[in-house]
Structure formats: C-alpha cells, structure tokens
Design a protein around this ligand. Structure first.
Ligand code: ZN
Ligand code: ZN
Length: 141
C-alpha cells in the first residue's frame, strides 16, 4: 500500500495495513491540527521509503514526542517510534479506501472540550501498555 504527503514528494509503502488508532492527547492535537491523530504502527521490515526521504524535517520534543513532516507541504509523514523496531504511520497519508478501521482510542481523558463523543473501538484514558496497543492494531480484521 502506497502512502504519500500532500505534495506527493514524500512517498512510502507498507506491506500490510493494520487497524488504526486515534490519540486524543494535546500534543497530537497540535501536531495534527485537529482533535486527534489517526495512525497505525508497522514493523520496520514492513516499511519502505519510495521517495522524498531527503525532504523530511524532523522535530522532537524533550519528552520524546516526535513529529516528522514534509519540508515542502508540511504533511505529517512516517517516523520510527522512539526506541522500538516499529514505524508510526499517519493514517491520512494512506488512500481513503483502505480496509482498516479505528479500533483503539488513547488518551481519551485529555480530549478537547470541543470534540464530540468518542464512539467505536476500545477507549483508554491514557496510554495502554505498548504490547496491548500493538496487539489490538494487528488483530485480524
Ligand atoms: Zn509534501
Ligand atoms: Zn497523542
């Protein structure tokens, strides 16, 4: 499955498209410009850059929160997840027709007052342990 940024300079491919999660924390709100991030996680062996790796701007907060984006159009793009062997994939970079749904909501306790009620999928006030999250994303659809 090919994903790309808005200007299409940055393109990547993933072998499988797992389920998706949404994070409602304040950092993801700022980073995404909306009420949550929608994303998934794949093993790095299932991920490949096709173009635009030299167009990435890499930003990291002191606490480790990372945002990589296309230097031309500003779209969020994949980045390696902290000290794991996983890669974070922004769902919006993938085609809208993918056969995946949001199955987990995290940091629902931090959601913006202006967000409507959260429905569908499992909900966690904060972050479940990483193995739990990864398992939910990779359960059979
Ligand atoms: Zn771009
Ligand atoms: Zn978040």
């Amino acid at each position: 499955m090919i994903g790309k940024c808005l200007c299409e300079a940055v393109q990547f491919t993933i072998n499988t498209v797992p389920n998706l999660y949404q994070c409602h924390c304040s950092q993801c709100r700022r980073q995404s410009g909306t009420f949550s991030n929608a994303a998934t996680l794949v093993h790095r062996d299932d991920f490949l850059w096709l173009s635009g790796e030299d167009k990435l701007t890499k930003f990291k907060l002191k606490d480790g929160f990372t945002s990589h984006f296309c230097s031309i159009c500003g779209s969020p793009v994949p980045n390696p997840l902290r000290d794991t062997d996983k890669v974070w994939i922004p769902a919006g970079a993938l085609p809208g027709e993918i056969d995946s749904k949001v199955v987990v909501h995290i940091y629902t306790g931090s959601k913006a007052a202006w967000e409507n009620e959260i429905t569908g999928g499992k909900q966690y006030d904060e972050m479940p342990d990483f193995e739990t999250l990864y398992k939910l994303l990779h359960e059979i659809k």
